[in-house]
Design a protein around this ligand. Sequence first.
Ligand SMILES: [Zn+2]
Length: 450
Amino acid sequence: MSNSGDHVVSRRAVLGGAVLGLTGGGLMGGGLAGAGPAPGRAAYAAGGGGSGAAAGGPGFEPVDERSVDAVASALDQELIVLRRDIHRHPEVAGQEQRTAALVARRLRAAGLDVTTGVGGHGVVGVLTGVRPGRTVAYRADMDAVPPNGQVGGGAQPAHLCGHDLHTTVGVGVAQVLARLRHRLTGTVVFVFQPAEETLAGAAAMLADGVFARVRPTEIHALHCGPFPVGEFVVTPGFGLPGQDRGVVTLTGSDATARARRLAADIGALGTVAPPATPEALERLVTDIQTPDGPLARFVFMQAQAAEVEGGAEVRLSYRCWPEDRYVQVREDVRRLAQPQGAAASVAFPNDPFPAMVCPEREGLALRRHLRRTVGQERVGTLHAAVPFNGEDFSLFLRRMPGTFSFLGVRAPGASIETSYPHFGAFAPDERAIGHGVRAMAGWLAGRTRT
Ligand SMILES: [Zn+2]
């Protein structure tokens, strides 16, 4: 989940100034003690579930929750160790060499067919079951957040968007399903993507033919979110906004002053502002789960005046929902610039980066699955998109259906910014890894059969 890729205003200036006060002190690494659901469920604890049936032959028993839990329980601890290793070695977009090598080594050891160097440091692992079935994909992103993407500012790259967890969950799911291969139908393609924060990695992997050899019919992903650990939030019909950028060039006398006024007018097209307090963050989390709530439609606008040779510019960048609002916002910007006459020219040089709109059908199917397996009370539903972030998983979802869901990482009693991506205080509860591995292993195995 990216909030970078913005040439207009440094994120530190936009978000960080307002929240410095709440991210400043002593939150990192704290608050993980306390109660909370353990990943495994007691009812599964004794389950081995294997029947010893010949691979794919008579008596074949497909992967089920009980078998997933039994295998995952043996991996929980080593996955936490893996996550901490990745966490200690954050690599920003385009530099995920070490992380990719770790992933490839694990996947090969588990018996997957592994390809490296896909669209940069991307890694693809293919796991084929013993019975024919559908081919489904799972995507995890690997890169860390650079300093200018960190809310509150930071000096070094850091895993503040949870991609270390995502990568670990992806490896864990692959290991679990590999150990259950004798009960697996179809094929699961594991996609470890670089460069999500720059919104470049998905495009690079697609351009490099990530699915040329083994083509999935759907693709799934998890992302850390500010929900209690052990909970999931599905996103049928919603997701994250795209991003559009433009520039208004002004010439003539007092161009800079006019640019400042125009920037303020364009800024006023925005309907939402980034949360600046813990209370505002809590409200945001409530609002995105409210049907037809205050975030059902929004424009998140940033516009800044800059002096340039021969005049001035207003550089603007915005996100909106629903996606087709781009047309209206562009018209509004042109309308605001119109009184300047020939002294102003408006340009939107590229198509907007596409919004991630998750298909309803698959999202609702995942909700049914999770309600059945982790419990009704631990599955939430997104009814609006978060206005302030984007995701290049949108490019995969333009090729095929799938799901993108939030994995709760908020430790019991922890303040909200410890579970909110990109905040300097981000410190996810690692038990989320076990929850994510179990949920996705069961889900993917099931999807190969439907
Ligand atoms: Zn992210």
